[in-house]
Design a protein around this ligand. Structure first.
Ligand code: ZN
Length: 92
């Protein structure tokens, strides 16, 4: 893996304490960033599944973001829910 030299800015006290603890600042920063980057990717993959049936966008086609539920839903599940609502409001 190729490493890239970057400059970061740290709070003076954090820098001093990290040095006292003989922490590898570069290594510690990379560890935190690696965790954030890969967890974010993992979370994005998880959220791109239908909340109702669990199908991914590859299986179900386009997923739609529902508000205020704040979840992804496939068109099939939305259509099923819409039919329930339509059935529910038809006067008997
Ligand atoms: Zn679905």
């Amino acid at each position: 893996m190729t490493k890239k030299n970057v400059m970061i800015t740290l709070d003076e006290e954090i820098h001093r304490r990290a040095k006292e603890l003989q922490l590898n600042i570069s290594g510690e920063c990379e560890k935190v960033l690696r965790d954030k980057v890969f967890n974010k990717i993992h979370q994005e993959e998880e959220t791109k599944k239908c909340h109702k049936c669990g199908k991914s966008s590859e299986e179900a086609g386009e997923l739609i973001w529902l508000c205020p539920d704040e979840c992804w839903c496939c068109k099939d599940c939305i259509n099923r829910e819409v039919q329930k609502i339509i059935i529910g409001v038809v006067p008997t």
